[in-house]
Ligand binder design. Structure first.
Ligand SMILES: CC(C)(COP(=O)(O)OP(=O)(O)OC[C@H]1O[C@@H](n2cnc3c(N)ncnc32)[C@H](O)[C@@H]1OP(=O)(O)O)[C@@H](O)C(=O)NCCC(=O)NCCS
Length: 178
């Protein structure tokens, strides 16, 4: 009904208010948030949820909830955001992901992201999709590699302190196949 995309094991769908509890729990987990400047408090996740809704209203696409088709559990999210911080390659379409820790190591992020890439190119009409992450976040970089993205460089994230260990980011890109 509310499903945008279906894969072998997953359903990607729009957010429902019931997802907030799972998202709050995920964003409070220090392991999940290890490569971000800080965890998100309950209030910050509610603001994040509102920003995600606003993004859908403005652009018609965004971050989708990833649900296990058999158990209906909330696993995390994957999808697109317009990145508009100051950099040579912005504004651009970014693909991103975040999953609850207990669902890592099962290939869910890769499966969801592959489906999103196809949707982005074939249905949303994107020509190029970017992804970036802090250099120590190898798990995220590995997802980028597994879905066929190519590393094109590094950049200093303008919203993170120059001295901070998370300042330096890798950039990955993928273009629509002609
Ligand atoms: C980034 C993140 C989504 C990656 O999760 P992940 O579990 O490593 O990635 P996947 O879901 O694609 O799973 C791949 C792993 O599952 C394994 N796997 C097990 N069963 C599998 C299956 N049926 N199919 C595919 N892979 C499977 C793979 O071998 C791989 O293991 P490895 O990492 O030991 O090589 C996760 O670490 C996360 O949510 N981190 C916090 C948020 C974050 O940093 N987001 C990115 C910000 S830029």
């Amino acid at each position: 009904m509310n499903g945008i995309l279906h894969t072998e094991r997953l359903r990607l769908r729009h957010w429902e208010t019931k997802d907030l509890l799972d998202c709050i729990e995920m964003n409070l987990d220090t392991e999940v948030m290890k490569y971000f400047p800080a965890i998100l408090t309950k209030e910050q996740t509610i603001q994040f949820y509102d920003r995600v809704q606003q993004h859908f209203l403005e652009h018609g696409f965004g971050l989708y909830v990833v649900e296990n088709t058999s158990t209906k559990e909330f696993l995390g999210y994957t999808g697109f955001m317009i990145a508009n911080f100051e950099a040579s390659f912005t504004p651009c379409v970014e693909i991103g992901w975040r999953f609850k820790k207990q669902f890592w190591g099962k290939g869910y992020a890769t499966e969801a992201a592959k489906a999103c890439l196809n949707y982005g190119f074939d249905t949303l009409g994107f020509d190029k999709i970017y992804s970036f992450t802090a250099t120590p976040n190898l798990k995220s970089e590995n997802v980028m590699k597994r879905i066929g993205m190519h590393k094109t460089g590094r950049f200093s994230h303008p919203k993170i302190d120059k001295e901070h260990i998370l300042n330096l980011h890798v950039i990955y890109e993928i273009e629509k196949k002609l």
